[in-house]
Design a protein around this ligand. Structure first.
Ligand SMILES: [Fe+2]
Ligand SMILES: [Fe+2]
Length: 216
């Protein structure tokens, strides 16, 4: 764990507060991306420390004019330099933070950059998508299970077309697994809401047996 960096990032995010939804917390997102980045590094290789620190800084900064990845990259460079992190390749961290949104970039980048990109992309795809869509629907007028279901279907279709944005093989596989989980959930929801007479798919355990990823 990088407790001092985590505390610093937490304070920065609290100070430059930006929330797209009341239930979405950017620091919590950061910690989930940190976890995804470690899972991906265990599968894809690359320098663990670079990946961990870049994930922590990736959304730390915000400005109404300058793109947040640039502000975050500057914060990372300044913090790591000022605090004597000589054991870290600071410019590699800065590069991964600065490029975390360049998902369609053709220019080759180090594996650490692709891992941070994919970690960021994998967050809120899967079980959290169900929470997001449900909570978002509940905040609208006349919320209902049907509206939550419709929102789930809409974003499921959108997310299906976005697999091309994943840059690592493990990221693509994990993304497909999250989508399979979502599809399974939607089919069951259709059955339970009485929208379809089909029998729900078998439990996920039987449908997908190779989904375990552990952090060393
Ligand atoms: Fe970002
Ligand atoms: Fe992010």
């Amino acid at each position: 764990m990088h407790n001092e960096i985590i505390e610093y990032v937490k304070k920065e995010i609290a100070n430059n507060g930006r929330k797209s939804q009341p239930f979405r917390d950017r620091f919590q997102h950061t910690m989930r991306v940190y976890a995804w980045a470690q899972r991906l590094q265990a599968l894809e290789g690359g320098d663990l420390k670079t990946v961990q620190i870049a994930a922590l800084f990736h959304d730390a900064g915000w400005d109404d004019v300058i793109p947040h990845q640039e502000v975050s990259a500057t914060l990372a460079r300044d913090y790591l330099t000022a605090n004597g992190h000589t054991d870290v390749d600071i410019e590699k961290v800065v590069q991964a933070v600065a490029n975390h949104n360049q998902r369609t970039s053709k220019a080759p980048l180090p594996i650490e950059c692709y891992i941070v990109m994919d970690a960021d992309f994998l967050d809120e795809i899967g079980a959290i998508t169900v929470l997001w869509d449900s909570m978002s629907t509940a905040l609208e007028s006349d919320p209902s299970y049907l509206k939550a279901y419709e929102r789930l279907c809409h974003y499921f279709e959108e997310n299906k077309s976005r697999e091309c944005y994943l840059r690592t093989e493990s990221g693509k596989r994990l993304y497909r697994e999250r989508l399979a989980f979502l599809e399974h959930h939607i089919r069951n929801l259709e059955f339970e809401l009485g929208l379809a007479d089909n029998v729900p798919l078998p439990p996920m355990k039987e449908a997908n047996s190779d989904t375990t990823v552990t952090i060393s």
